[in-house]
Design a protein around this ligand. Structure first.
Ligand SMILES: [Zn+2]
Length: 170
C-alpha cells in the first residue's frame, strides 16, 4: 500500500461525505496544495474561519511513531473484524502496541475534539450530592429542616436565576 492510497483511505474514513474543517466543522473548504515532504498529504483552507489543516490534522495519526501505512492497515484489518492478535501478526507488531492503536482508532479517527468555546452566559448545573450521608437517612432528614436546608434552597434559587436557556423552569 503506497502513500497515495494511505491518504486516500484516511480521507475516505475521516470525511465520508465531504471535507470538514476540524476547527469549526464547516464544509466550505478549499484545497490548498500539498504537504512539503509528503506530496499525497492534501492541505486545506477553511473559508469560514480561515483555518488551515491537512488530512491528518487533529487525528491520532498525526505525529505518531508508527508510520501512516501501519495505521491504515490496522484500520483496514479492523474493518475485516480481525482480532488484535491477528492484526499484530499481520503487521509484525507487539500485541500491546496493536491494542493501543485499535483503542485509539475505535474512539474515532479524530481523537482530539475541537476546543469548546464558551460564549454568553454559562450555566452550572444545580444538581449536587451531599457527601457523607450514605446510610444515615435519619441524619439527612433532620438536617433538611435546619440551616443546611436553607442554604441549599438559596443555592438552588441562585442557580435558577441564572438559567436563561429554558423558557420555563420548574
Ligand atoms: Zn473552519
Amino acid at each position: 500500500m503506497d502513500d497515495a492510497k494511505c491518504f486516500a483511505f484516511v480521507r475516505q474514513h475521516r470525511w465520508p461525505e465531504s471535507v470538514r474543517c476540524p476547527a469549526c466543522d464547516s464544509s466550505s473548504v478549499i484545497r490548498d496544495g500539498c504537504d512539503d515532504t509528503q506530496p499525497h498529504r492534501q492541505r486545506y483552507r477553511c473559508k469560514a474561519c480561515s483555518g488551515r489543516f491537512d488530512d491528518l490534522t487533529g487525528t491520532v495519526l498525526a505525529g505518531h511513531h508508527q508510520p501512516l501505512r501501519v495505521w491504515v492497515l490496522c484500520l483496514y484489518f479492523m474493518g475485516l473484524n480481525l482480532s488484535n492478535r491477528q492484526i499484530a501478526l499481520e503487521l509484525g507488531l507487539d500485541g500491546s502496541d496493536v491494542q493501543t492503536m485499535t483503542e485509539q482508532l475505535r474512539r474515532g479517527l479524530v481523537a482530539k475534539a475541537p476546543e469548546v468555546e464558551l460564549t454568553g452566559e454559562v450555566e452550572i448545573d444545580e444538581v449536587y450530592v451531599v457527601a457523607g450521608h450514605k446510610g444515615q437517612p435519619a441524619a439527612v432528614a433532620k438536617r433538611a429542616g435546619s440551616g443546611a436546608g436553607a442554604s441549599w434552597q438559596a443555592r438552588r434559587a441562585a442557580a435558577r436565576w441564572r438559567r436563561t436557556s429554558r423558557p420555563s423552569s420548574g
